[in-house]
Design a binder for this molecule. Structure first.
Ligand SMILES: [Zn+2]
Length: 144
């Protein structure tokens, strides 16, 4: 069930995306929250693997190649660095929000690789943004 706290944290991620420089790219913001422990928000990073790639790739493919470090991975790296207990991680929530280069909220469901990492980290509750013709949606995913 989505709580007011969840909306507040989703908006926090969106705000971080807005403040981050897009460089014409999509921005994803992510944070972890358990009580007063908040890790993030962190944004995804982009860099060009090789100047040749964008010249041979179509737009979609280029986007895929340019994404090197997903925001949720940064949060998980920080969780590990701070050595938070599995109990805390299980009781907390991972939030993810996405923003287009023109500041439209996007679906920010984690990719397959990030989902694997999220599961391995014992994160139990995931909240991410989604959008459709009716506007912004907030989705909850409980991971067993
Ligand atoms: Zn990912």
């Amino acid at each position: 069930m989505i709580k007011p706290k969840d909306i507040r944290e989703v908006l926090r991620c969106i705000k971080a995306c807005k403040e981050g420089s897009s460089g014409g790219q999509y921005r994803i913001g992510s944070l972890f929250l358990y009580k007063n422990i908040r890790i993030g928000p962190f944004l995804n990073n982009y860099f060009k693997t090789d100047p040749l790639i964008p010249t041979i790739a179509n737009y979609k493919y280029q986007q895929d190649i340019l994404i090197t470090l997903h925001a949720e991975v940064k949060v998980i790296k920080e969780l590990n660095k701070r050595r938070l207990s599995t109990t805390i991680i299980k009781k907390g929530t991972l939030y993810i929000s996405g923003l287009s280069p023109t500041d439209i909220v996007l679906t920010s469901k984690p990719c397959i690789n990030c989902m694997k990492l999220i599961t391995r980290t014992s994160i139990h509750r995931l909240i991410y943004t989604a959008s459709n013709s009716e506007g912004l949606l907030i989705k909850e995913n409980i991971i067993n």
